[in-house]
Design a protein around this ligand. Structure first.
Ligand code: UDP
Length: 492
């Protein structure tokens, strides 16, 4: 459905450099282009290189899409050249430096806005200052929210009513006020900046404030997944929003696109991986991943290795290295798994979309990052939930208590991987027990059935006539009307 060229919208996308934010935004930018919009993605060079192949291929197919790069101030902030992606930071200090580097780019980015004169800016939620930029240009600012309506509502009501503050212990439970379901959690499962007022709380204040001053929000979700929370979000926060997910499934159709999404080079191990998967029975393999950021401490890796092995089920496990030094335990474990053919280890980055869509996969152990959740839902897969940090514990509640497509492993502490110590380690017995119960078809029959139904609903939502499809068309029509009004109002 091509928009007519005289109405062609110019939309500028400004992504944030971490895969959980970047990948769905690039998918969305490509989606806009595939529906007639002229798209520019503004980013830094190393980030651009992770998706440029997909953009070139869309461009060669005739879509109006391009990337513009702004140099990243590596030397100025004390980072090696090319270290621009949060996923490549191996220490907290590096993360902070990337954040600082980004903050220095505001003026340059605003100059590009002036040059490009877009009709709309779709910006990551983490750039609150783009509210003023859009106001100066007289155009709508739409922010991309990279998690669930559920987590946004839960966080909003906890910050407003602070129910956890009356408890005597961080391991006691409280009920989240204001939600249509009874959801219980403990203060330990909250991110630090919600539990108490920290520097991060103050840092995030402008972000929330910018949301209510924006034209609206894009959610990588779909109506059938969390409609009650979509409604609650609308009623409570009063922010206009469009669900257009799952964008990963909408845009990445063929195996090449699925395999190389978010990755600079073609993945070398792909044929070996596919052969291994092809040798397995349908729904017999567990995919284990903690997303793009989490690097587990050595003690946890050891327990997880034993837990997976003892479960007796086949698995693919993506391990992010903490440093370049070899870990002899893991190397021996990998060798053992190669010999038994029971486990397949992927170091650092996996072609996740390709793996999840393979019929051999029967479920996923997930850290409850929103994208991994949507990608699993989209593949009709149930989940063992093992949240780590940020809003992942809220997402776990959505999966386990609301949608009932998740089984918790029993995570208790909200902690960033970089500050995780020995005390939080989940034992091998608990892990093996969770996997055995989850993979037993009888015990998880209902969970699997619901996951398959949601998978079907997600596929329908992005087809013509589906809810997400309808939302995208409606948004584009609205942006075209706004453009027309603006053009008519401009003095000659
Ligand atoms: N991802 C991937 N391969 C990996 C790790 C992550 O393709 O080895 C992708 C994954 O498919 C998802 C994104 O990176 O789209 C991670 O986002 P998510 O919200 O799941 O978690 P985060 O990385 O932000 O914790």
């Amino acid at each position: 459905m091509e928009a007519q060229s005289h109405h062609r919208l110019n939309v500028l996308f400004l992504p944030y450099p971490t895969p959980g934010h970047l990948l769905p935004m690039v998918d969305t930018a490509r989606l806009f282009a595939k529906h007639g919009v002229s798209v520019t993605i503004l980013t830094t060079p190393a980030i651009a290189s992770t998706f440029q192949n997909a953009i070139d291929s869309d461009f060669n197919c005739g879509y109006h899409i391009r990337t513009q790069v702004v140099p990243f101030p590596s030397a100025q902030v004390g980072l090696i050249d090319g270290l621009e992606n949060m996923k490549d930071a191996t220490t907290l200090e590096m993360l902070v430096k990337i954040g600082y580097g980004l903050s220095t780019l505001q003026d340059e980015i605003e100059l590009r806005f002036q040059d490009l004169q877009p009709d709309c800016i779709v910006t990551d939620m983490m750039y609150p200052w783009t509210v003023e930029s859009a106001e100066k240009l007289g155009i709508p600012r739409i922010f991309f929210y990279s998690s669930s309506y559920f987590s946004n509502c839960a966080s909003h009501f906890i910050r407003k009513h602070r129910p956890h503050e009356s408890l005597v212990s961080d391991s006691h439970k409280f009920t989240i006020p204001g939600l249509p379901h009874r959801i219980e959690m403990t203060p330990s499962q909250l991110a630090d900046w919600i539990r108490s007022k920290t520097r991060a709380t103050a840092y995030l204040e402008p972000t929330f404030e910018s949301e209510s001053r924006s034209y609206g929000a894009l959610y990588n979700s779909f109506h059938e997944l969390e409609s009650e929370y979509e409604q609650l979000h609308k009623n409570t926060l009063g922010i206009k929003s469009w669900n257009i997910g799952p964008v990963s499934a909408w845009v990445n159709k063929d195996d090449g696109e699925k395999a190389n999404r978010g990755h600079k080079e073609d993945l070398a191990e792909e044929p070996e991986l596919l052969n291994w998967l092809n040798s397995k029975q349908n729904e017999s393999v567990l995919y284990v991943s903690f997303g793009s950021l989490t690097r587990l401490p050595h003690a946890q890796l050891v327990e997880l290795a034993h837990g997976l092995e003892h479960s007796g089920h086949s698995f693919i496990w993506v391990i992010r290295k903490k440093d370049e030094n070899g870990d002899s335990f893991l190397q021996e474990f990998e060798q053992k798994m190669k010999e038994s053919k029971n486990g397949y280890i992927i170091w650092n980055w996996a072609p996740q979309l390709l793996i999840l869509d393979h019929p051999a996969i029967g479920g996923i152990v997930t850290h409850c990052g929103w994208n991994s959740i949507l990608e699993s839902v989209s593949a009709g897969l149930p989940m063992i939930t093992w949240p780590m940090f940020a809003e992942q514990f809220f997402n776990e509640k959505l999966l386990v208590d609301v949608l009932k497509i998740g089984v918790p492993v029993g995570a208790k502490e909200n902690k960033l991987w970089a500050s995780m110590g020995k005390e939080e380690v989940m034992g091998r017995e608990e892990i093996a027990k969770a996997v055995v119960q989850f993979m037993a078809k009888e015990e998880s029959r209902e969970v699997r059935k619901r996951a398959r139904e949601l998978g079907d609903a997600s596929k329908k939502s992005i087809e013509k006539g589906g809810s997400s499809y309808h939302n995208l068309m409606q948004l584009l029509d609205e942006l075209i009307s706004l453009k027309k009004t603006r053009t008519c109002e401009k003095p000659n």
